[in-house]
Design a protein around this ligand. Structure first.
Ligand code: FE2
Length: 411
């Protein structure tokens, strides 16, 4: 196959014929009328008027922990912190083959739902960094299905964990693409702030992207986002930095948020919200009324900041469900965030395609434009609105652009 006829494209009226050659889109031509069946040649696919989009994106998941829920026991409280305790016990049982086989299974689930770009956080609070090594191997082995970015993620802290700084430095040297952090989990406020300075310097020194688990709590006093944003502003690294979760923002008062948003716009960093995960994990210390425990997605979006949705987990100590379908997360996220207005529905897929690609810095490696990699997904509905309304699915996911080996080879 080298072209699709009768395709609808987001943001453009009418039907299109999309062609590609040598792994890149070669022509995108409007059709005066539908091409009737049968197709003139077998190299054509008939989209039947349905939507053809660039690959779906998963910008925040933990593939090293996936498919471990209940091992060795279930997270009974449903809190983030019991999840970390469960994972600490499960981590003691992890082997290289265990990590790799679970990660490959999860990647196949994601690929089956049209996801071709994945940013996975990998726990590096582990002497020896065997899990990271296993995931670096998965990054290369899974290349035909997915383009993986690996985040060096200090699950148990940088300052609060023995040799945390050295492990982060080693993880980057081994080939991690992105530098992570978890300032709200450090033992003290001072350690949280110090960890942010450390990780931003590390990323800048080694030319890496940044993605920090930031303020993933209902505690309105958890205010590490302002620190991350200010360092980002001073360094001028906005598009290369992502703040994940920022759920405490859902508990900040409006006066503080008004000031905070001024800084966020100056910093111009990216945001990832994980709505199914956060609605499950947060609000656990409330009676009623219960907070939703999500960041301010519509307000960030209306302020012109880049915000997208992610799954975070598939069947792990933090979240017992999930099947790789990012459209399910989009559906939940728009409900939870009060984003079912007509205008939001017209552009719903932004939050799992273009915005996510921007957070991952995919640049010209993404999108249905002539000259860009010819990777695409055919959805089972004709518009963003209908994708949501009919709970559409990916009918076909095409990877025709050869993926080059990772830029981040071990140094
Ligand atoms: Fe996460």
């Amino acid at each position: 196959m080298d072209h699709i006829v009768n395709a609808r494209l987001r943001g453009r009226d009418g039907l299109f014929t999309v062609r590609w050659a040598d792994g890149a889109f070669s022509t995108i031509d409007p059709q005066a009328a539908p091409v009737p069946p049968p197709m003139p040649d077998s190299a054509a696919l008939d989209a039947l008027g349905k939507l053809v989009v660039p690959p779906l994106v998963e910008p925040h998941i933990h593939l090293d922990a996936t498919l471990t829920a209940g091992e060795p026991h279930w997270n009974l409280s449903g809190t983030l912190f019991e999840g970390i305790e469960c994972w600490t016990e499960r981590k003691a049982l992890v082997t290289r083959e265990d990590t790799k086989s679970r990660a490959h299974r999860a990647i196949r689930m994601l690929a089956a739902h049209g996801v071709q770009h994945v940013r996975t956080h990998v726990d590096v609070t582990e002497p020896g960094l065997g899990t990271l090594q296993a995931m670096l191997e998965v990054r290369e082995e899974a290349r035909a299905l997915a383009d993986l970015q690996i985040v060096a993620f200090p699950q148990e802290g940088i300052e609060s964990f023995a040799n945390g700084c050295a492990l982060m430095t080693e993880a980057v040297a081994m080939g991690a693409d992105v530098v992570g952090g978890i300032p709200h989990f450090e033992n003290t406020r001072e350690q949280g702030v110090s960890s942010l300075h450390f990780l931003m310097d590390l990323a800048e020194r080694h030319d890496r992207l940044v993605d920090v688990h930031c303020d993933e709590t209902d505690d309105p006093q958890s205010r590490f986002l302002e620190v991350l944003a200010e360092i980002t502003r001073v360094k001028g690294l906005g598009p290369r930095v992502t703040a994940s979760h920022t759920t405490a923002m859902g508990s900040y008062d409006n006066a503080y948020c008004s000031k905070l948003f001024r800084l966020l716009k100056q910093a111009a960093l990216n945001f990832v919200s994980c709505p199914t995960e956060s609605i499950h994990l947060q609000g656990r210390f409330d009676t009623y009324p219960k907070r939703r425990g999500l960041t301010r997605v519509p307000e960030l979006d209306r302020a012109g900041l880049n915000v997208c949705f992610a799954q975070d987990s598939i069947v792990d100590p933090w979240y017992p469900l999930g099947n790789g379908n990012i459209l399910r997360v989009l559906d939940a996220g728009l409900h939870i965030c009060h984003m079912l207005g007509y205008e939001d529905l017209q552009r719903a897929l932004d939050f799992v395609t273009d915005h996510s690609a921007r957070a991952m810095n995919l640049g010209e490696g993404y999108g249905i434009e002539v000259g860009r990699p010819a990777n695409l997904v055919l959805l089972s509905a004709e518009s963003d609105y209908e994708v949501l309304r009919t709970q559409a699915h990916a009918e076909l996911s095409i990877v025709s652009a050869p993926r080059t080996p990772s830029l981040r080879s071990p140094s």
